[in-house]
Design a protein. Structure first.
Length: 265
């Protein structure tokens, strides 16, 4: 559950900081409780599908919802103002941005997960309550109460996090030995097509259409120059053309760095 909550916490802080024009920090508080049934609240539901499944009931106390909407709409803070439909729509848009960023983060741990946000009614549903405390420069703290459904908790517990991808370090300090890259051995049995290129030439369509049997095309390479060995469209080596048992072959004289060759895969 920590990975999911941390993704939501991080996304909330990033979106609030960008959308509200100030630096916001967000903390997870497992000791706080959700608003009581007697408290005026504004609710939204976060629905998850794909890698994770379930839903989260998001509750704002009415005063916090009003302040957050006014900040998002760049209005003056007025506690006596009405939480109009326009302001509720502003909150919904803000949460949609949070959901979009959280989905990107969760993809790295739980594969593709779709997050959708919509308005909801207060409900005494079952689940685990978690509170996000969002504060602007440690001066203005808002509470986002989250109620994670039992289905979501089961989904998080049963889903094995995806292994994080490890980028290839192409820095000179990394050294040329790539045989110990994680999971690199899985690639060693893959068949790849290599192409031997003697040279090339660019021709206008008119000349291509005029080609007939016996036509000679001069390439951009002299006889003594090495031929290219290509993997796909990437140059990985050069060498001398040889004949092996009646077939063309190449004797390698230059080879690309091992990490450059991996970069073509």
């Amino acid at each position: 559950m920590h990975s999911f909550l941390d993704a939501v916490r991080t996304a909330t802080g990033a979106v609030f900081s960008q959308a509200l024009g100030a630096t916001w920090s967000v903390e997870i508080d497992m000791t706080e409780s959700a608003p009581s049934v007697d408290t005026s609240v504004v609710c939204f539901q976060l629905s998850l599908s794909g890698g994770l499944q379930g839903n989260v009931l998001i509750q704002f106390e009415a005063g916090d919802a009003l302040r957050l909407a006014q900040k998002f709409l760049a209005e003056s803070i007025d506690p006596s103002a009405e939480l109009s439909q326009e302001r509720k729509e502003a909150l919904l848009e803000l949460l949609r941005q949070v959901a979009g960023l959280a989905a990107t983060t969760l993809k790295g741990s739980f594969n593709e997960t779709k997050l959708e946000v919509g308005p909801a009614e207060p409900a005494n549903s079952q689940g685990v309550d978690v509170v996000l405390l969002a504060s602007e420069n440690s001066a203005d703290t808002l509470r986002l109460s989250l109620r994670l459904s039992p289905e979501l908790l089961a989904s998080v517990s049963s889903t094995k996090p995806a292994a994080p991808s490890i980028p290839v370090d192409a820095s000179p300090e990394a050294g040329p030995d790539v045989s110990h890259e994680p999971n690199f051995d899985l690639l060693l049995g893959v068949n790849l097509n290599l192409t031997l290129r003697f040279g090339q030439r660019v021709l206008p369509l008119r000349e291509i259409l005029d080609l007939t049997s016996g036509s000679v095309i001069e390439l951009d390479r002299e006889v003594q120059e090495p031929a290219d060995l290509l993997l796909g469209d990437k140059l990985i080596a050069r060498g001398e053309v040889v004949i092996v048992d009646g077939n063309y072959g190449i004797r390698i004289t230059e080879v690309a760095d091992a990490r450059q060759r991996i970069g073509t895969l």
